[in-house]
Design a protein around this ligand. Structure first.
Ligand code: GDP
Length: 176
């Protein structure tokens, strides 16, 4: 991808409230907000130095709302790599990840689509309803995708999330 493209689009998808915005904000600004703000669609651009040139990474933060299916479809069509986010305290949010994956496979022709499934809010361990050992085999073996857990609140493994997404598109994980 580095050789063919100068812009790489990372698309964050998942139910409303799972922490997509929080993960992106933690990664880009090392901040966390407790207040919930609704995201419709927001695009963040980062310039990235690689051997012999610059790459632009665009991180697309999407709304989990079904009121914007056309926007979501457009994001999927234009996306190069996808983070499918759920929250470990919310089983339905993992079902949404499964639906989103189906939609991506339907809309993209590529044989291998870079997908990283992110279980967020691991700080809520005592409210956990989605177990790592149930999800990991589905994602890694059945889907041939990457699986990570993280907490945007405590920062735990947020870098790991982005490392994994970038590794999937063959980019080094250091962003300045
Ligand atoms: P989005 O709709 O997926 O973008 O979700 P947001 O990033 O707006 O987060 C929704 C709510 O969950 C907000 O109140 C956040 O403060 C909270 N939140 C996000 N990430 C975490 C996390 O890792 N742990 C906990 N406990 N709360 C989180």
């Amino acid at each position: 991808i580095v050789k063919e493209k100068t812009t790489v689009r990372l698309v964050f998808l998942g139910a409303a409230g799972v922490g997509k915005t929080a993960l992106i904000q933690r990664f880009l600004q090392d901040r966390f907000e407790h207040k919930y703000k609704r995201t419709v669609e927001e695009l963040h651009g980062i310039e990235y130095d690689v051997d012999g040139g610059k790459i632009r990474i665009e991180i697309m933060d999407t709304s989990g709302s079904y009121s914007f299916p056309a926007m979501r479809k457009l994001c999927i069509r234009n996306g190069d790599a996808f983070a499918l986010v759920y929250s470990v305290d919310d089983r339905e949010s993992f079902n949404e990840v499964q639906r989103l994956r189906d939609e991506i496979l339907e809309l993209k022709d590529e044989k291998h689509i870079p997908l990283t499934v992110v279980g967020n809010k691991v700080d809520l361990e005592n409210q956990r309803l989605v177990r790592t050992e149930d999800i990991m085999p589905i994602v890694e073996f059945d889907w041939n995708a990457s699986f990570v857990e993280a907490s945007a609140k405590t920062s735990e493994n947020v870098l790991g999330v982005f490392k994994e997404i970038l590794r999937q598109v063959n980019l080094p994980s250091r962003i300045s």
